[in-house]
Ligand binder design. Structure first.
Ligand SMILES: Nc1nc2c(ncn2[C@@H]2O[C@H](COP(=O)(O)OP(=O)(O)OP(=O)(O)O)[C@@H](O)[C@H]2O)c(=O)[nH]1
Ligand SMILES: [Mg+2]
Length: 781
């Protein structure tokens, strides 16, 4: 038996009455019974006895045997000594007794607890727990959670229903949405499959009439021999220098060239595929879509393909500088370190992107499949499309050209061409190494080796020690590119880096800066602009200094006001001045002195003298008109009029100059007294600028001659003034003069002239007249 729970009444088996009762049963039945049977027989006895007591009472009260409830009532609160011990029925009709709870555990009959009939409560046997069916120790519920008929969950009934309903609804909805989504997804897939054909280009939409097939020469030593028979160059008027290659073999078979066309308003390169028809299988669609979806600055976009019968071709964006091979072979294009690094960087970046894309490999990376756009950015093109080009007729290019095109192929791919039809990422890295060699040396692959491509291929295929590779001198240039090239053409593919490593290396080589050519150019232009700014500033400063010097010179040659008028482009009109004072000085005996001196001595002497004079006259409101030999001419009262002050200014200046003579020493005649003779006259004058090449401010009128006469008729170390000048001096006051007497002046007749002696407050020393030259030494004109 797996489990059983048994509740029995405690029977006083040791009671004498019970012993007697057992004996009686044994006698009556003639069998020896187990104690358990005897107990149950005792219990039956007591039960019948109790019933009989109740029935007796009911019958005693006139009741009948059918009157069950009366019988029960009659038993309440009764007691008697039964076979199983004292039988006590309490007020509830319950027999008060000790009950035993038994349980079968591991096939043993175990007592779990005993109730105390008189005291109430239960005493558990230590360590005994009820073991329920299934060996469980947790007491099962006496009834279901919600009662036998769900009456206990009447309040919660709704929420359960709601939860259940919601779950069902949710499941239905999910199922519905799933069905709808699957249907929509399938529809979208169908549409996608349709739209994925958007790459299809109708051949008629390609305007190939612009394509004049500008053929190019390929100067490579590997292309010569029996290839490239036809080479012609034409100008391309409608499009900016568009180049395409044309190669034909000696047998004059198919021609392979990159055609140029206009599609959708832009120039495109059309690459013909040597196939008459193309079966558009899902693989072809996937392949072409994967390539079309490549979007990277260093990948030349494939725009679509034409699958019209006999016109199967691939259409890609046109790059106007041609392929890297074209650029490298063009000696007119100078490529410095920055360009080379930029090319290497561009290709590596494009390849890194390609390898991470679903396309995964290029498969035919070579310098002719790297194009260069107008901004000198490299764009990778002609990614291998094995599905699209499956069944393509073999190229009509000669064997030489076919082997030549394999010079970029990695040795492991040369050894197992079928196994790696689409190439491998590490195979692309090898091809990149050969491109690096081309960039470094600016030659074709294996540039300096005069060997047939076929021989080169077989040597690369056979594992030589060391492996056969292009020979690049260590001093060939850019060290980073050299190192990169060597590691990229490692024999064991695993040892070659990936393109992400290559990009990193190139970036580090450039101090973490990008080698993008446009950035470099902008940087250079910025630097150039800065330099230009400095240059402009410096030149402007120099110009300003020059201008200042010119101004100063002009101001020395012309009166300031006249000079500024001239600078401003104003016309300087000749002007008459009512009264000005003109000063002339001359050196008595200059002719003799000059004849006794060298030219340089004379120049030095006059230079010393005029520097001293020029310094002195700066203190007066005068303008030095000119110096002619030893003659010095000064005027006051023009071009800015100064009333009558002109006579006072000139005369005071004359005294100052005469005073200067007392100390002035002729360098080569230090002991000789300089015999300065001064003449001054005041009167009207006309003034104006004459000449164009060397404009001069000149004074005209009789006053000039008169003043000159005053000087020529004067005496050494004396200031000889005209009566007109004296008159003004008198008006001004403070000047002391002395009458010289009447002298005959040419054109003037006889006039009374004066010597200016001094001026009030003038305390500078004047020359000792005793040192003046004798009259014989004067050359009176
Ligand atoms: N200017 C310019 N020239 C192009 C363009 N595409 C191809 N070419 C020229 O066409 C030449 C030959 O290109 P392809 O016909 O692709 O021949 P290939 O690159 O030698 O060989 P595969 O690509 O392997 O078939 C290149 O070297 C370029 O000079 C382009 O977009 N612009
Ligand atoms: Mg190509």
């Amino acid at each position: 038996m797996a489990s059983m729970l048994d509740i029995t009444v405690e029977v006083a088996t040791d009671d004498i009455m019970f012993e007697k009762f057992i004996n009686l049963i044994e006698n009556k039945t003639g069998e020896l019974h187990s104690r358990e049977v005897a107990i149950h027989a005792g219990l039956l006895h007591d039960a019948i006895y109790l019933y009989a007591m109740g029935l007796d009472t009911v019958l005693g009260h006139g009741g009948t045997v059918q009157n069950g409830s009366m019988i029960i009532d009659a038993l309440i609160n009764t007691s008697f000594s039964g076979m199983t011990g004292k039988v006590i029925i309490d007020t509830n009709g319950t027999r008060k007794a000790n009950y035993h709870l038994h349980n079968i555990q591991n096939s043993h009959y175990v007592t779990i607890a005993v109730s105390n009939g008189s005291m109430g409560g239960m005493s558990h046997y230590h360590g005994a727990d009820i073991v329920w069916p299934g060996g469980k120790l947790i007491t099962p519920l006496g009834r279901p959670v919600c009662g036998w008929k769900g009456e206990m969950c009447l309040g919660q009934d709704n929420s359960v229903t709601i939860i259940v309903t919601t779950v069902i609804l949710f499941c239905v909805l999910v199922a519905f949405f799933l069905t709808v989504s699957i249907k929509m997804y399938r529809k979208k897939q169908r549409q996608g499959r349709l739209s994925s054909m958007s790459w299809k280009i109708a051949f008629e939409s390609l305007n190939t009439s612009v394509d004049r097939r500008l053929h190019k020469t390929r100067s490579s030593r590997f292309m010569s021999r029996d290839t490239l028979k036809t080479v012609a160059m034409e100008s391309f008027p409608s499009l900016n220098i568009m180049r395409a290659s044309m190669e034909s073999d000696s047998s004059g078979g198919d021609q392979l060239f990159a055609k140029i066309a206009i599609y959708d308003g832009t120039a495109v390169a059309v690459k013909m595929v040597r196939k008459n028809y193309l079966a558009i299988t899902p693989e072809v669609v996937t392949e072409i879509n994967q390539i079309i979806h490549l979007k990277h600055n260093n990948i030349n976009p494939l725009m679509g393909a034409c699958v019209d019968p006999f016109k199967v071709c691939l259409v890609s964006e046109y790059c106007n500088r041609g392929s890297l091979q074209d650029v490298l072979e063009n000696d007119d294009i100078k490529l410095d370190r920055i360009f080379k690094l930029s090319f290497a960087h561009d290709i590596a970046r494009g390849m890194a992107y390609l390898h991470q894309s679903p396309v995964k490999t290029h498969g035919q990376l070579k310098s002719s499949n790297v194009l260069i756009d107008g901004h000198w950015v490299c764009k990778i093109t002609d990614i291998a499309m094995p599905k699209f080009r499956e069944g393509e007729r073999s190229s009509s290019r000669g064997q030489h050209a076919q082997f030549y095109s394999k010079l970029w192929t990695a040795p492991e791919l040369l050894r197992a061409p079928c196994e790696y039809a689409t190439g491998t990422p590490k195979g692309d890295v090898y091809s990149y190494a050969i491109i690096l060699q081309e960039i470094i040396l600016r030659t074709g692959p294996y540039g300096y080796i005069n060997e047939d491509p076929e021989d080169i291929i077989s040597r690369v295929k056979v594992l030589e020690h060391p492996p056969y590779r292009p020979k690049v001198p260590q001093d060939a240039g850019e060290e980073t590119l050299l190192d990169l090239m060597r590691i990229c053409w490692e024999e064991i593919p695993m040892f070659r880096p990936n393109f992400i490593n290559v990009v990193e290396t190139l970036r580090n080589a450039n101090n973490g800066k990008t080698t993008n050519l446009v950035d470099q150019m902008i940087h250079m232009m910025e630097k150039y602009a800065d330099h230009l700014e400095d240059l402009v500033n410096e030149r402007t400063k120099r110009l300003e200094e020059e201008q200042q010097r010119t101004d100063e010179l002009l101001c020395r040659m012309l009166p300031k006001s006249i000079a500024s008028d001239l600078k401003m482009g104003k016309r300087v009109v000749p002007e008459t001045f009512e009264c000005v004072t003109i000063f002339f000085s001359d050196i008595v005996g200059f002719t003799v002195l000059s004849s006794e001196s060298t030219a340089m001595e004379v120049v030095d002497f006059l230079n010393d003298l005029y520097i001293s004079f020029d310094t002195i006259i700066e203190n007066y409101d005068v303008y030095k008109v000119e110096t002619i030999g030893d003659a010095y001419m000064v005027v006051s009262g023009l071009p800015v009029k100064n009333g009558k002050r002109h006579a006072g200014e000139v005369c005071t200046m004359a005294l100052d100059l005469l005073s200067c003579v007392t100390t002035f020493r002729i360098r080569h005649r230090p002991h000789k007294q300089l015999q300065l003779r001064i003449g001054i006259h005041s009167g009207p004058v006309a003034a104006g600028v004459v000449g164009l090449k060397m404009p001069r401010f000149c004074l005209f009128g009789d006053t000039v001659n008169y003043a000159s006469r005053m000087e020529s008729c004067g005496l050494a170390l004396r200031i000889h003034i005209s009566p007109e000048c004296k008159c003004i001096l008198d008006e001004l006051g403070g000047f002391s003069t002395k009458c010289r007497g009447d002298i005959s002046v040419k054109g003037k007749g006889t006039i009374r002239t004066y010597f200016l002696l001094t001026k009030e407050g003038f305390d500078k020393p004047l020359p000792d007249l005793r040192l003046a030259a004798s009259l014989e030494e004067h050359e009176f004109k």
